[in-house]
Design a protein around this ligand. Structure first.
Ligand SMILES: CC(C)(COP(=O)(O)OP(=O)(O)OC[C@H]1O[C@@H](n2cnc3c(N)ncnc32)[C@H](O)[C@@H]1OP(=O)(O)O)[C@@H](O)C(=O)NCCC(=O)NCCS
Length: 321
């Protein structure tokens, strides 16, 4: 077993103006100024940003437009649930190119504003933002996507956000279509997954120097902490796993494994992002993982995710059965 643990300090990339400006976003105008703003007419992606760091206050009713007579109002409890602490980006949208009524950034953003004023139902996506008490102060920034497919660019932004925060931006209720096809779903393991998980670990896990996995022990874990074992599921098949363990004192990641045929597609990044979000919610300020000294795949992964080896510790172990 690898003697040294890797430690990581928790500093998610901030989704703020500095980061997005560096990523090519421009504009940064108040959403209430949108009809008068000089927005380009080409295809692109846009973000709705709240720079106010005070906790959000929500209106009981949504003043936004109606789509086919549907009321955009959502119960405040649902909005609180969707809120992403520490993220200024509330919504990522995309405007496709072409000659359609809804296409191009200028048209799409004009629709966004009109929806907020209750005038149309043509920007149903992102409707949560209008239930914020300070919705008029929100900012909008955009990036033209040139030859790239805005759908794809938005999907990648959403995927990166999801990795950093463990959930989609507040007002994005569904992943971009490209994301949906590229990234597996992350969910907690259920008892009926146990056999598939053990089979995955047998063929994909870091297995040297440790006891073999047993289904009864995985069941004990699920019974003791039903949210600890996270799975990446692609089209109903378990393709990845990680255990995010919190014992009230330490936060540990175990059994990170991705099926060989699914590697280098961001699955481990997504799993670890979701695991970190869980551990941070418990109050963890540091997370560690055990990595075998010879595991070059593991070293590359942990390094990419901001973890560094701790050379002055060695694991001391006593078998109890
Ligand atoms: C290590 C492992 C979990 C990575 O899973 P993955 O889904 O392929 O990883 P991701 O695609 O999320 O990789 C994210 C980043 O980590 C780094 N990375 C991942 N695998 C790497 C490798 N084999 N070599 C070097 N860097 C690697 C890269 O920077 C990668 O980003 P990039 O693809 O844009 O360059 C997978 O190879 C695996 O299951 N290995 C066997 C089990 C194992 O060793 N688990 C870790 C135990 S500590």
């Amino acid at each position: 077993m690898c003697p040294d643990a890797a430690t990581g300090t928790l500093a998610p990339m901030p989704w703020d103006r500095t980061r997005l400006t560096a990523d090519g976003f421009t504009g940064w105008i108040r959403i209430s100024d949108l009809p008068r703003a000089d927005v380009p007419s080409g295809a692109g992606v846009y973000v709705v940003v709240r720079e106010n760091t005070l906790p959000p206050r929500f209106r009981a009713t949504n003043p936004g437009g109606r789509a086919s007579e549907k009321d955009p109002t959502v119960p405040v409890a649902e909005l609180r649930e969707a809120w992403v602490d520490g993220a200024e980006v509330l919504f990522v949208g995309r405007a496709t190119r072409g000659v359609g009524k809804r296409q191009g950034l200028a048209k799409r953003l004009a629709e966004l504003r009109r929806f907020g004023l209750g005038q149309t139902g043509n920007h149903w996506g992102g409707r949560y933002v209008w239930q914020l008490a300070d919705s008029d102060d929100l900012l909008v920034a955009w990036k033209e996507t040139g030859e790239a497919d805005p759908e794809e660019v938005a999907a990648q932004l959403l995927a990166r956000f999801e990795v950093d925060h463990g959930q989609l931006p507040f007002a994005n209720l569904v992943r971009g279509s490209a994301t949906a096809t590229q990234l597996p779903q992350i969910r907690a393991a259920r008892v009926e997954d146990i056999e598939e998980v053990v089979e995955l670990w047998t063929r994909a896990g870091e297995n040297r120097g440790r006891p073999a996995d047993r289904p009864d022990l995985v069941r004990l874990l699920i019974e003791r902490d039903p949210e600890a074992l996270l799975l990446a599921v692609d089209d109903g098949v378990v393709v990845g796993s990680v255990i995010a363990g919190w014992d009230g004192w330490r936060a540990s990641l175990y059994r990170l494994a991705v099926a060989p045929e699914h590697r280098r597609r961001g699955t481990a990044r997504l799993l670890v992002g979701r695991a970190e979000a869980r551990l941070k919610a418990f109050g963890a300020s540091r997370i560690h993982a055990m990595v075998l000294e010879e595991n070059q795949d593991g070293h590359g992964l942990w390094q990419a995710l901001g973890y560094t080896p701790q050379p002055d510790w060695r694991r001391w172990v006593k078998a109890t059965r």
